[in-house]
Design a protein around this ligand. Sequence first.
Ligand code: SAM
Ligand code: SF4
Length: 351
Amino acid sequence: MNWNEKMGNRTNLSSASPDAGIYPRILIDRFGRTFNYLRIALNEMCNLRCIYCMPEGGIPFKPKNEIMTTEEILRIVTVVSELGVNKIRFTGGEPLLRKDIVKLIENTSMISGIDSVHMTTNGVLLNRFAETLQRSGLSGINISIDTLNPEKYIQITRRDEVVRVLEGLEAAKTVGIPSIKVNAVALRGFNDNEIVEFVELTKNYPLTVRFIELMPFDAHQIWKTGKFFSSEHIQKELKDHFPKIKITDGTATEHSVFQVPDYAGKVAVIPSYSRNLCGNCNRIRITADGKIRNCLYAHNEFNLRDLMRSGGTEDEMKELILSAMWKKLFDGWTAQRSGSNSRKSMTQIGG
Ligand code: SAM
Ligand code: SF4
């Protein structure tokens, strides 16, 4: 039964008004989805300029005093852990540019109820940090690499860094960061001819390569230029190149996960544009300036930072988080149609 059919049978919760102000004391929405996974953007700044994410000159980055402090981030994690969140991901911007990154991981992993702390990084600084990150209690790392070819890497990121990123990946393997994933945004006419090379990364090491659909979050709207490569097409390419590839298990939002027989790792396809896994969503997002977003495609935000800065108590923070998630709309399409997005880059949302 798909998400729409299942929801047809759940009129009791889904017909409740999002603004009713009466919601359960657990992290659940009107459609019965529960939330145990918090993704926090640690900053907006980045040492790359991926063309689908940021313009060459960057975006108007928020001043430091608007970005959450170490203490604010740890306070939020403590509060959400008491609401049942057990998985944290640090993202950005580029999280390794934050000076307190190791302290944040160490302290977060010690908070009662938190089972795992992951990070998404572009990997440029990973070689330098890998050993410290491994010791800090990091449970897993997603490294974004859209191409393995040095010239194409410069085209896509506007920086000559692929060698350092690949060294970072090797370092993460060498020090034994428990879970390693490689994220590649699939772009027609750019990296669709590298699918085999990416899959080969899974041959001898148990990492997961994830092909991600391009999303319409960038000032230049490069996604309107015909580069969009759908999850269905990615899967077809995979099956054409690896006819013996088999479906296997993945996380809730990994559309289809495959494994080439006898390969150590896995390959996943993430339908981040197609949005056909919204029924599995278990995510809360917090932007670097401390706003709760109940969906990647949402337009309304809930200002947790200002609540904290104006003396808000833990109970008040919990109320804001519970009510924000209760108001989550049916799916990413409904959320997108509900207004216009004031944030023009994934660095401002936290990818
Ligand atoms: N800087 C880090 C990195 O690149 O991994 C973390 C932040 S970045 C915004 C997180 C992820 O979002 C990256 O894997 C990146 O490729 C992805 N991303 C950014 N803009 C995107 C877009 N318009 N469509 C699809 N994925 C995007
Ligand atoms: Fe930076 Fe990540 Fe955006 Fe690329 S995708 S510009 S690495 S924040």
